[in-house]
Ligand binder design. Structure first.
Ligand SMILES: [Zn+2]
Length: 500
C-alpha cells in the first residue's frame, strides 16, 4: 500500500481545532449551478462543521488583517465567540492551481469485490457473477481465513477510495456478518463516512454454497444494526447500516417484504440493483410472474422510497421510470461497470431532465474497473456522448443528451448526498454542513496534468474571464487528473489523507 494511504486517524474521534481555510472553493449546490469562489475564507469549528463563509475578498492581502477581519465578522453573527489564539489559519490562496472541492460520494461500491478490479472484461452479468463474484465473496465466509482476508481487502478499498477523494460511500460487503462488522470498524479507523450494506440473498441457483436462509439474514441484520449503533461515536455519526437486498433474482418475495418492513421500522436507507442487463430482466420476469416489472417487484415489497438507491437502471420502461420518479428514489449511475461488462448505456440526461429523478455516481467495484469517482465523472460524460452519437435524429426527441461537466460534478457530490439522504450534511460548502472536502492541486508532484501560465487566473482578469479559466482547469482535472491531484482529504472536518 502506498505510504500516503495509511490511516492517519486511529479512530475517528481525534479533537479538531477551529480552522480557517483561505483559498478557492468550487462546488455545485444545484444541478445547473457551478459556483466558483476565489479568495474565500471558510471557518470549520471543533465539531467539523462549516461555521462561517466569507466569499471573494482579495482586497485584503495582509494575512493578520485577514484573520482579524474574519474573526470580527464571524463573531458579529455568532454568540459563541472565538479568539485569534483559538484558530489555525491555512492559506492556499496564493496558488490558483489549488482549490477545494466537496468530497466525492460513491453511491454504489462492493467492498468485497475489490480484488477483482479489472478482471472479467466483457463477460455478461449473470456469468460474471457466477465465475468471478460469488467465489470471491464466499471467501469472506471461510471459517479459518475470513478475518485475515477481510482485513486485507477492506483496509485496501477504504484507503484507496479515500485517497481518491471519496469521503462517503454506500458499500456492499457480503452475506457474512462477522466480517461486515469488521468492515464497519475499519471505516471508523480510517475516518471515512460510510453506509454498511450486509448483502441479503436467500437463494442462489448458480453458486449454491453462497446463500443464507431468510431467518439467518434477518438475525444478522438485527445484530448489525445494534453493532453500528454501539460503535458509532455519538458526536460523529459516521457510519450507518443500509438495507441491502442484493437484487431480485437471489431474493424471495418473503425476504424482500421483510427487508422492506425492516427499513421502515428502523428508518434505514435501502440499496439494490435494477435493470442492469436484459437477461437479468427476463429472469426477474420468470421469478416474479405476478409483478408487472422489475421496479414493481421492489415497490410491492415496500422497498422504493426517497432513501432508496437503485444501481444501474439502464433498461427501465417508461412506467418504471415514472414509478421511480414518483417514489423519489435515486439512481446510482455506474458508467465504467456498464461499459466493462457490456450492460448498456443508461439514459441519464433523460432521467434527470424528463423524469426529474435524482442521479448519483457509483464505481460499482468490481464490475467497474476503477475506485475513483473522478473517473466516473469522466466516463459518465463519455457514455452520454456515445448515446448522443447513436441517437436517431428523425425519431428521437431533438434534445442534446450529452451531460455537461457541471452536471457530472453535481452527480458526484450533491446528487450523491441526496441519494444517501445527507443533502443537509454533505455534498457542498454551506454553513451548517460537515466539512467533507478534498484539496485539489493541479500542479502536484508527478501530476499527469501540465498547466501553462495562461491557464491560471490572475488578479488582473475580470470575473468572467477568471470563471472561464477555472472551468477549463476543471476540465483538465476531470479528463487528465487522478488521485495524485487529490493532495488532502477531510472527512467530518478531520484530515484523513495528507500526501503533502
Ligand atoms: Zn453492483
Amino acid at each position: 500500500m502506498p505510504e500516503s494511504t495509511e490511516p492517519i486517524t486511529p479512530k475517528a474521534i481525534d479533537p479538531i481545532k477551529y480552522t480557517i481555510f483561505y483559498g478557492t472553493f468550487i462546488h455545485t449546490p444545484t444541478l445547473s449551478n457551478l459556483e466558483i469562489n476565489l479568495f474565500t475564507l471558510v471557518g470549520i469549528d471543533q465539531n467539523g462543521t462549516i461555521d462561517f463563509i466569507y466569499k471573494n475578498n482579495n482586497q485584503i492581502t495582509n494575512e493578520d488583517e485577514l484573520k482579524k477581519t474574519f474573526i470580527r465578522k464571524r463573531n458579529e453573527s455568532n454568540n459563541n465567540k472565538i479568539e485569534l489564539q483559538d484558530i489555525t489559519f491555512i492559506n492556499y490562496s496564493k496558488d490558483l492551481s489549488k482549490f477545494f472541492f466537496p468530497g466525492f460520494i460513491d453511491t454504489h461500491i462492493h467492498a468485497s469485490q475489490y480484488p477483482n478490479i479489472g478482471v472479467g472484461l466483457g463477460v455478461p452479468l449473470l456469468d460474471w457473477l457466477k465465475e468471478y463474484t460469488y467465489p470471491v465473496e464466499n471467501e469472506f465466509s471461510s471459517p479459518v481465513t475470513k478475518f485475515e482476508f477481510a482485513k486485507l481487502i477492506y483496509s485496501k478499498v477504504i484507503a484507496r477510495t479515500l485517497s481518491n477523494g471519496t469521503t462517503c460511500a454506500s458499500y456492499f460487503t457480503t452475506i457474512d456478518l462477522d466480517t461486515t462488522k469488521l468492515f464497519a470498524d475499519l471505516l471508523l479507523t480510517y475516518g471515512q463516512r460510510g453506509f454498511v450494506g450486509k448483502v441479503c440473498m436467500d437463494h442462489n441457483d448458480v453458486y449454491e454454497e453462497y446463500e443464507e436462509s431468510e431467518s439467518d439474514c434477518i438475525q444478522s441484520m438485527n445484530e448489525l444494526i445494534n453493532y453500528c449503533n454501539e460503535i458509532n461515536p455519538k458526536s460523529e455519526n459516521l457510519i450507518k447500516p443500509i438495507i441491502t437486498p442484493r437484487f431480485a433474482p437471489v431474493c424471495s418475495s418473503s425476504l424482500l417484504n421483510t427487508l422492506g418492513s425492516m427499513s421502515k421500522k428502523y428508518n434505514l436507507p435501502i440499496q439494490t440493483h435494477i435493470s442492469e442487463n436484459l437477461e437479468e430482466i427476463k429472469l426477474v420476469k420468470k421469478l416474479f410472474p405476478e409483478s408487472e416489472g422489475y421496479a414493481e417487484v421492489y415497490n410491492e415489497a415496500g422497498l422504493l422510497n426517497n432513501r432508496t438507491i437503485l444501481a444501474h437502471a439502464i433498461h427501465l420502461t417508461k412506467k418504471e421510470s415514472n414509478l421511480i420518479s414518483e417514489k423519489q428514489c435515486s439512481i446510482s449511475h455506474c458508467p465504467t461497470s456498464n461499459t466493462f461488462i457490456s450492460s448498456g448505456e443508461a439514459p441519464i440526461y433523460k432521467y434527470l431532465n424528463k423524469y426529474n429523478i435524482n442521479v448519483s455516481l457509483g464505481t460499482d467495484v468490481s464490475g467497474g474497473f476503477d475506485s475513483s469517482i473522478l473517473q466516473m465523472i469522466k466516463f459518465s460524460i463519455l457514455v452520454s456522448h456515445h448515446l448522443s452519437m447513436k441517437k436517431n435524429k428523425s425519431t428521437d426527441e431533438e434534445e442534446d443528451v450529452r451531460l455537461s461537466l457541471s452536471t457530472a460534478l453535481y452527480m458526484a457530490t450533491m446528487g450523491g448526498a441526496k441519494a444517501v439522504g445527507l443533502q443537509d450534511k454533505i455534498g457542498s460548502f454551506d454553513i451548517g454542513k460537515k466539512f467533507d472536502a478534498q484539496l485539489i492541486d493541479l500542479s502536484s508532484k508527478n501530476s499527469n496534468i501540465d498547466i501553462f501560465n495562461w491557464h491560471i487566473p490572475n488578479f488582473k482578469d475580470n470575473e468572467e474571464e477568471n470563471f472561464k479559466k477555472i472551468k477549463d482547469l476543471l476540465g483538465k482535472w476531470v479528463f487528465s487528473g487522478d488521485d495524485r491531484n487529490t493532495t488532502k482529504v477531510w472527512c467530518n472536518g478531520r484530515l484523513v489523507i495528507d500526501k503533502s
